[in-house]
Design a protein around this ligand. Structure first.
Ligand SMILES: [Zn+2]
Ligand SMILES: [Zn+2]
Ligand SMILES: [Zn+2]
Length: 116
């Protein structure tokens, strides 16, 4: 079933990946009862649709207990507006080659780049 791709982007509410929708700080860095900094405690986040799972954090929203810098902790990144190839720098992992906790600079942690 082919979906017709339009220019129009919309915003969708999805479950916050960082806290798995609990609304609580998953790592209890401040306190186990503190609210999730990504969704502000609602358990839901707004993402631009269509979207892809974030490669850098593998959709978990966290990299080494830190909010993922590629998707800001949501676990999702906006899908490309055109054809893409796996990022040659990180081979699609979204991780910096020398510092895996950092997002790949070439693809900004997404794991893909637009086909030129
Ligand atoms: Zn959350
Ligand atoms: Zn991420
Ligand atoms: Zn990359």
């Amino acid at each position: 079933m082919a979906e017709i791709v339009t220019e129009a982007r919309r915003v969708e509410l999805v479950t916050c990946s960082f806290c798995s929708g609990t609304g609580k700080d998953p790592f209890g860095i401040m306190s186990r009862l503190s609210t999730c900094s990504v969704c502000g405690g609602s358990g839901m986040v707004q993402v631009e649709a269509p979207y892809n799972r974030c490669a850098h954090c593998e959709g978990t929203g966290a990299v080494k207990r830190i909010t993922c810098t590629a998707c800001f902790g949501t676990g999702f990144v906006p899908a490309a507006a055109g054809p893409t190839i796996a990022c040659p720098e990180c081979e699609g992992t979204g991780d910096d080659a020398s510092i895996p906790a950092m997002a790949c600079l070439r693809c900004r942690g997404r794991g893909w780049i637009l086909l030129e």
